[in-house]
Design a protein around this ligand. Sequence first.
Ligand SMILES: Nc1ncnc2c1ncn2[C@@H]1O[C@H](COP(=O)(O)OP(=O)(O)OP(=O)(O)O)[C@@H](O)[C@H]1O
Ligand SMILES: Nc1ncnc2c1ncn2[C@@H]1O[C@H](COP(=O)(O)OP(=O)(O)OP(=O)(O)O)[C@@H](O)[C@H]1O
Ligand SMILES: [Mg+2]
Ligand SMILES: [Mg+2]
Lengths: 255, 255
Amino acid sequence: MGRIIAVANQKGGVGKTTTAINLSASLAILDKKILLIDTDPQGNATSGCGIDKRGQHLTLYNIYAQQNSISDVLLKTEIKNLDLIPSTGDLVGAEVELIQYPEREFILKKALGEVIDQYDYIFIDCPPSLGLLTVNALVAAQTVLIPVQCEYYAMEGLTQLLKTINLIHRSLNPALEIEGLLLTMFDSRNNLCNQVVEEIRKHFNEKVFAIAIPRNIALAEAPSHGKPALLYNILSRGAQTYLEAAKELITNTSH
Amino acid sequence: MGRIIAVANQKGGVGKTTTAINLSASLAILDKKILLIDTDPQGNATSGCGIDKRGQHLTLYNIYAQQNSISDVLLKTEIKNLDLIPSTGDLVGAEVELIQYPEREFILKKALGEVIDQYDYIFIDCPPSLGLLTVNALVAAQTVLIPVQCEYYAMEGLTQLLKTINLIHRSLNPALEIEGLLLTMFDSRNNLCNQVVEEIRKHFNEKVFAIAIPRNIALAEAPSHGKPALLYNILSRGAQTYLEAAKELITNTSH
Ligand SMILES: Nc1ncnc2c1ncn2[C@@H]1O[C@H](COP(=O)(O)OP(=O)(O)OP(=O)(O)O)[C@@H](O)[C@H]1O
Ligand SMILES: Nc1ncnc2c1ncn2[C@@H]1O[C@H](COP(=O)(O)OP(=O)(O)OP(=O)(O)O)[C@@H](O)[C@H]1O
Ligand SMILES: [Mg+2]
Ligand SMILES: [Mg+2]
């Protein structure tokens, strides 16, 4: 039975997509079967996996519009055990169309029922907002992985995110828990960064992944080649630390 | 007659808030009268100007809920010529409530009519999405300032943003133009960054500000002190380049 993990944080640019792609790729290399769902109309997880958004394929929009199932839409990627549900700008329309739909928060959850047994992990890359696309992800998921950039605004935004997660837990998805907080773009030479890390670890204790993802150029360059860092430069610190984070996730989720 | 400039880009974390605060503060120091409007429920422009979001003041939500006017809500900041319309998480509610409201895209524009003559520039800091809060800003504005982080995903997102701006221009605000693209977090030692800069300047020509904002630690540290970089560390490269960008904006807008 696959574990569905939403990668979410309404603060922009904290490393949600980078985490969703590189954790998925790392787990796939470690022989887990992975489905990555891009639920951001920006489609960064789609292009970051090398899929051309102008291509003639179906997208997550077709699933929200009740036209197709998950298995109709999913694409194979360059990595054997990693499948992708792509997105394009059309998804912006779904957010507006969903509003008048009964049980509008449960559409993704229902659609995933068909494939959940075929995967070990299903990751959902969320947009930087708390609208219906993110709500659908939080309702479908069993846990939420929260990337936290080591900067002031990113830390400030956590209170609002936790409030929203609690709200969803109480009203729409009682099973929802926090998978963990993953520190991103960590730079040990930077005082502000060290202060943020200290504050987060003090406040969230063992909910914070032991591994922190360093700021590493390979993670920023890999998307322009349409590849996860593991395929772009496997020896880079960025690729290696996501591999470590994947192993930590397996340990956390195996009991 | 004040010039209303929306600072927008649906890509997250590209420096919208940092640009809105530091350009506003720089123009205020250059003796222009400035109003900064925080239309992001994250409230980063509010805390970045030293206003406590838990304080008992009115916010932009009260304006959208038709309870108060702009002059009821505006707050003075530490900088003489800089006033702020603050925001908190309540604004998330406004985005949903606005949907059934007639002329829902024109609420901010109408509210600003009352104060537009009291300011030289009015900046609107937008959230990382293209929902009703950003649409209201694009309808109220005469121009859009687009911060562009020197990275791949940020460049990829420009096409969708320009499509949305054209759509607003054709249907809701025929006066809307692009004020300019401002390159942010520029690091000349970084190949990817230089490639993105070359690509953007080639494609957008004189629409790109001559000055590029460097990656500079003072810009990331200043918000944790609730101050624009000019008050936190005026000699920093971050503060100085935003002062240059403010002078460039004055030149661009004076004819
Ligand atoms: N550890 C890292 N080191 C260097 N660059 C990184 C790292 N993580 C992410 N980046 C870069 O930082 C930018 C923001 O990351 P990313 O797009 O993954 O964040 P996001 O939270 O998904 O953004 P959005 O809120 O727009 O969805 C991207 O250009 C990415 O390539
Ligand atoms: N030139 C810079 N040098 C160093 N750090 C910067 C610079 N510009 C912005 N930052 C930092 O990068 C992070 C993202 O910037 P900011 O929050 O202004 O982006 P944003 O586009 O407003 O994000 P959001 O999409 O969440 O609204 C912040 O922590 C900020 O302090
Ligand atoms: Mg993303
Ligand atoms: Mg912002």
